[in-house]
Design a protein around this ligand. Structure first.
Ligand SMILES: Cc1cc2nc3c(=O)[nH]c(=O)nc-3n(C[C@H](O)[C@H](O)[C@H](O)COP(=O)(O)O)c2cc1C
Length: 329
């Protein structure tokens, strides 16, 4: 059976519209601040949630791993205090991101902390193991999986995921290479539940476009790298503000998985030409210091960089996205 027939043969669509609608009612407008390795901080998550969008952070950003519980408690306490003071405009839920890869030795520990603290949303990158679904569902949380193609999306849907996020061409970090115009309708063939769309979304108009295409929410990372609360080197933020889409290159040679980087940051590390010509040398860069070195020393951003024009608080970034979104009613 071809993949296409396989999608069609699922008959009843998987996923729940009610879960999508209930979640969207908790947001001031349909945006998730996506998790970014090193760059996301508890302060960024708190500001995103206070501004009414989902804020998220990779568990791996907490080092040593014991810090993860402190961060989650900090996020919960600050949002609870905010909600008490703002009963008419409560904060949005927050999410913790796990990389479900065999090389992630912390996954068991991090998942236990997330379950103990009853984190409302868990975003899993790569393959989501059943134990994660069970652990999160046991306390009433939701598990979302990011996917870069429909085949992976269908697998996650069949495994019982609550939400899917289509990471399409132009995304920062590990990116897909399929156009959102192709991937969103393919996923909607078999999926009724919450669907996010990521990749180069940096304006409120683009958030609206994601909805028009069939997604429930936009998944936005790069637009928050220049936020005051983001943990990015000043040089990184400055380069981002100066960059446009054509300054972004995509390669799998640094981390083994296709990812987007700013060309000038590769050149600063002497990797510009090597990336094109010397596979082994560049791969060594990723292996020797683990992928952390790649993300710290070579700066990732998606093709939506052109929308970032100034350093400013995350709350202002969200406010601008919302104004632009509202203007395209
Ligand atoms: C610097 C950076 C680091 C990222 N790290 C992660 C990560 O640790 N886990 C993850 O699931 N996605 C990660 N991503 C991908 C984002 O969650 C999301 O898919 C992407 O930012 C959406 O595209 P955009 O950057 O064009 O908005 C990262 C993205 C960036 C820019």
């Amino acid at each position: 059976m071809t993949t296409k027939e396989n999608f069609a043969s699922t008959g009843d669509r998987l996923g729940s519209r009610k879960v999508a609608e209930d979640l969207m009612r908790k947001l001031r407008f349909p945006v998730f601040g996506s998790p970014m390795f090193i760059v996301s901080t508890p302060e960024l998550v708190i500001e995103q949630c206070k501004a009414g969008i989902v804020g998220s952070i990779p568990a791996l950003n907490a080092r040593p791993k014991e810090l993860l519980r402190d961060w989650i408690v900090q996020i919960k306490e600050e949002l609870a205090a905010y909600d008490l003071a703002h009963p008419d405009a409560p904060s949005a839920p927050f999410a913790i991101n796990h990389i479900a890869h065999r090389t992630n030795e912390r996954l068991g520990h991090d998942m236990q902390v997330v379950a103990d603290e009853e984190v409302p949303l868990v975003i899993v990158s790569l393959a989501a193991p059943k134990e994660i679904f069970d652990a999160v569902h046991s306390y009433g949380g939701l598990v979302f999986n990011d996917v870069i193609n429909a085949r992976h999306g269908l697998k996650c849907a069949e495994a019982g995921v609550d939400g899917l996020i289509a990471v399409c061409a132009g995304a920062g970090g590990h990116t897909g290479n399929i156009s959102p115009f192709a991937l969103v309708p393919e996923i909607r063939e078999f999926w009724d539940g919450p669907l996010g769309l990521g990749g180069a979304i940096g304006t409120g108009r683009a958030v609206r476009a994601a909805e028009v295409l069939g997604a429930d929410f936009a998944y936005v990372g790069t637009a928050f790298i220049a936020a005051h609360e983001a943990n990015a080197h000043e040089g990184y933020k400055q380069m981002l503000l100066e960059s446009i889409a054509e300054d972004i290159v995509t390669s799998d040679k640094l981390t083994g998985v296709r990812a987007s980087f700013m060309r000038r940051s590769l050149e600063m590390q002497g990797l510009g030409e090597k990336l094109a010509s010397d596979k082994a040398a560049v791969k060594g860069f990723g292996e020797e210091g683990s992928s952390a070195k790649a993300w710290r020393d070579v700066w990732s951003a998606g093709q939506g960089v052109g929308a970032s024009r100034e350093h400013r608080p995350a709350a202002e970034i969200v406010a601008q996205l919302k104004r632009e979104y509202d203007a395209v009613a």
